[in-house]
Write a protein that binds this ligand. Sequence first.
Ligand code: PLP
Length: 372
Amino acid sequence: MDATTKRTVKLLDLTAQYLPIRNEIRRAIDEVCDAQALILGPHVEKFEKHLAEYCGTKHAIGVSSGTDALLCAMMALDVGPGDEVICPSFTFFATAGCIARLGATPVFAEIDPRTFNLDPADLPKRITSKTKAILPVHLFGQVANMEAINEIACKNNLPVIEDAAQAIGARRNGRKACAHGLIGCLSFYPTKNLGAFGDAGGICTNDDKLAEKCRKLRVHGSGHTYYHDYIGGMFRLAAIQAAVLDVKLKYLEGWHEARRRNAVIYNEILAGSNVVTPFIEEGNWSIYNQYVVRVKNRDEVKKKLGEAGVGNGIYYPLGLHMQKCFSQFGGKEGDLPATELACKEVLALPIYPELHEDEVRYAAEMLREAAK
Ligand SMILES: *Cc1c(COP(=O)(O)O)cnc(C)c1O
């Protein structure tokens, strides 16, 4: 194949999702424009109701981002200086960043190398008298081993906060992400399975008191304007985002299914190759926010894939325990071998719902070749 006929498969194409629902989205945005109720208000309330129904939780609270969802949830649980919160190191920065921003210490636990999710077997030894909460992440769209994590949490009387930023709608033993722990956090960043037209996030819980506190914390801790019960933040969801999200929520299950179909094609073509395909634990139904494989010679494979026109990404190249900004917590190379190995071997492939079957086949075949 010469340069002029070379094909390209993008890692993600948001336009392909937008075009078929363009009119519907624009009508929804127009409604907000005409109503001029721009922050919180009826559009946000309607979306929150649908979001809670979708996640199978009693409450859903719209907030300004996934990061702010985590921050607000931890503020609601009074996480602060002197506290420790246990989370994985192999995750997006926000997971631990929010812990540290509240003056608490992120205590990094090891991952199960098959699922990339927090390994419950590593959890008990991380618990101290200072532990305030456990914060598992449902990485790449697969729910962590919540039965085991909940059992350990329960024994130690600790709340579990789910970082479900990459896992809206993912199921484990019939229960959706955000409905396993005490409180769950969602991101609607545009690259997530349910993406807004800007930053947005959500908090889900069955706990009435926590929900009420989060609702106040997102408006500087006030229940009634100018009277403040808590020191909160400005975590409000914009009405335009809620209107867009409410339209998109109707299509979400179909998009999940399309991603799962793409994953099956990858799995078939990559079977028997040097590529380790995603391991989905028994009882799990992944939404494949990312399709992440492992390869030994990752950087070389990445280069070859790029040359073949196949978009790809590395999530994540460096564990949080080794980030410069967390050096005060004393993490160093060798602390978390499974995490550090994953950082060297992972590669994310295009998986978005609108990919054509021949594009997925092409990407899979190029990967299989590149890893030979
Ligand atoms: C995206 C993401 C977040 C943060 O969400 P934002 O909406 O970008 O602030 C938090 N945790 C994980 C695991 C994420 O992937």
